[in-house]
Design a protein around this ligand. Structure first.
Ligand code: HEC
Length: 150
């Protein structure tokens, strides 16, 4: 019995497709991926923004849910700027990104780090802490767009 399971496992491993080096078929696919990721960032951020401004009722657990999502989605776009051929442009990305890739990727890491700080603030349930962390988080967007987005 055990042998049979092992044998079928081995067959599975052998017939499994080889691991692709990237999740993207081509540079155009990478542009779609990163734009989709930025849209997720925008939606989750916008909801927190409206709650802080009082445009919709402040709901601490909803803020937490959005902040949790932001921790993940802010890690997503950057890989898609490093796909072969993507430095040829596409989307609204400026060519300067690939002349300053270290700076660009550091800004991406900072965004994700500030999302984690926002998440920690959201976990306290303290609206003032959330407001402050959100302000720091939000500053990253324009700063990067001014340099690297058309
Ligand atoms: C490190 C740089 C960087 C940071 C930080 C950054 N962005 Fe962007 N963003 C870009 C670039 C570059 C593009 C253009 C991507 C493309 O079209 O290929 C973009 C595009 C977008 C788009 C358009 C997506 C589409 O559908 O075309 C939205 C929305 C967006 N960003 C929102 C945000 C928000 C909100 C934040 C902050 C929470 C943020 N971005 C932070 C670099 C950044």
């Amino acid at each position: 019995m055990k042998k049979a399971i092992l044998a079928s496992l081995a067959a599975l491993v052998i017939s499994a497709p080889s691991t692709a080096a990237t999740a993207f078929t081509d540079a155009e696919d990478a542009v779609k991926y990163r734009q989709a990721a930025f849209q997720l960032i925008r939606h989750n951020m916008g909801d927190i923004n409206q709650m802080i401004k009082g445009e919709v009722t402040y709901d601490a657990s909803r803020v937490q849910k959005r902040a949790d999502a932001l921790v993940l989605v802010t890690t997503l776009p950057w890989e898609a700027f490093q796909v072969a051929g993507t430095e040829q442009g596409g989307g609204d990305a400026k060519a300067d990104i690939w002349n300053n890739l270290d700076d660009f990727l550091e800004r991406g890491e900072k965004l994700a780090a500030d999302a984690s700080t926002l998440q920690a603030a959201a976990q306290t349930g303290d609206k003032n802490e959330v407001r402050q962390a959100f302000g720091n988080f939000a500053r990253n967007c324009k700063a990067c767009h001014d340099n690297y987005k058309n």
